[in-house]
Write a protein that binds this ligand. Structure first.
Ligand code: NAD
Length: 349
């Protein structure tokens, strides 16, 4: 059901909105719940704002998020659980949720491999100049010199990931097969057995990694102190002609610094599937900037991933409504503070 509904819904370039209310018997003997499904989420007149004061639980996907800002959390006086059907709960103001006693949970691990595969695809497509070459083919052309003028082998190129958690480490494992020297930086060192197996070079900070590698991959969560950390200065640390990949969150980077670096040739390509806001307006400069390999936010919502995060969403609802603990790894905020995966991956400031 979810997949079909999403498919028909997302296949149009215009954004139709829908709202429906269905009666939903979770445990028919004891509980009756009302489920409101809506895509009308933005602005004070939206269905989301209207129903929010009565909601006990909000379920949102990160791909087209229901932004739970501090203001909205103040209006949501009954809200107890903000559930992310996917990974990345930055569309919720985590500090405000903690202060309001709201539990925030997500389906940790549900789409890590889906995103990792997408990153590998983007590495290959940027470095080998796939998208412009495909366009030449689609346009009836045969100018091979134009196709290959920016086309290289990835073998031997240095790849570095900022954040080597579930997705970042999966990307490193997959790229090992391409004989690329691999680098990483993050808050916690990986186990030395993994470092040795993958031949990893650890960097103490993002600047050191950015200066060294040919391809930088961003894979850290968004929270106040990572917002815009990959700015003009950080991009200028990167080698001229290097590539930047971001399937984590758009606000990790400075939007216009990316555009300028592509125009000046400092960056040879930028690919990713995360934007701000989402949906991105038709005029968003990343849609048309040179050498971009952008997609709408879809890497973590393959049909394979949807089956996994739907199952995880159900599991969390059953725990929550059955008054049993939510699995620790699913928790981001609980009892007024970061908890579970949230404690390892996020900061409140
Ligand atoms: P994760 O929590 O497993 O890994 C994140 C890693 O980043 C952790 O190991 C953490 O130690 C590290 N980290 C946190 N702050 C850091 C900092 N300031 N500097 C260096 N390292 C830091 O998360 P994950 O499952 O790998 O996902 C990473 C992010 O990818 C998510 O937070 C989400 O924003 C994004 N994501 C996007 C999609 C998509 O569809 N595009 C899907 C899933 C997740």
């Amino acid at each position: 059901g979810t997949a079909d509904r999403n498919r028909s819904h997302w296949s149009t370039s215009k954004t139709p909105s829908y709202t429906k209310s269905v009666s939903w018997q979770h445990h028919p003997e004891t509980h009756g719940h009302e489920l409101i499904v809506t895509s009308d989420k933005d602005g004070p007149e939206s269905a989301f704002e209207r129903f929010l004061p009565d909601a006990d639980i909000v379920i949102s996907q990160p791909f087209w998020p229901a932004y739970l800002t501090r203001d909205r959390i103040e209006k949501a006086s009954k809200l107890k659980l903000a559930l992310t059907a996917g990974i990345g709960s930055d569309h919720v103001d985590l500090d405000a949720a903690a202060k309001a006693g709201i539990t925030v949970a997500e389906i940790t691990g549900s789409n890590s491999i889906s995103v990792a595969e997408h990153v590998v695809m983007m590495v290959l497509s940027l470095v080998r100049n796939y998208l412009p070459s495909h366009q030449i083919s689609a346009d009836g052309g045969w100018n091979i010199a134009d196709c290959v003028t920016r086309s290289y082998d990835v073998e031997g190129m240095h790849f570095g990931t900022i954040g080597a958690g579930r997705i970042g480490l999966a990307v490193l494992r997959k790229l090992k097969a391409f004989d690329m020297p691999l680098h990483y930086t993050q808050r916690h060192l990986l186990a030395s057995v993994i470092e040795e197996e993958l031949g990893l070079t650890y960097h103490p900070d993002a600047e050191s990694l950015a200066r060294t590698v040919d391809i930088v991959n961003l894979q850290v969560p968004l929270y106040p102190s990572t917002e815009h950390f990959f700015n003009q200065k950080m991009i200028s640390e990167m080698k001229r002609g290097s590539y930047l990949i971001n399937t984590a969150r758009a606000q990790l980077v400075d939007r216009d610094a990316v555009v300028n670096a592509l125009k000046s040739g400092h960056l040879a390509g930028y690919a990713g599937d995360v934007w701000f806001p989402q949906p991105a307006p038709a005029s968003h400069p990343w849609r048309t900037m040179p050498w971009n390999g952008m997609t709408p936010h879809m890497s973590g919502t393959s049909l394979s991933a949807q089956a996994r995060y739907a199952a995880g969403t159900l599991e969390i609802l059953e725990s929550f409504l059955g008054n049993s603990p939510i699995r620790e790894e699913y928790l981001i905020v609980d009892r007024g503070q970061l908890a579970g995966t949230g404690g390892k991956s996020y900061q409140l400031n």
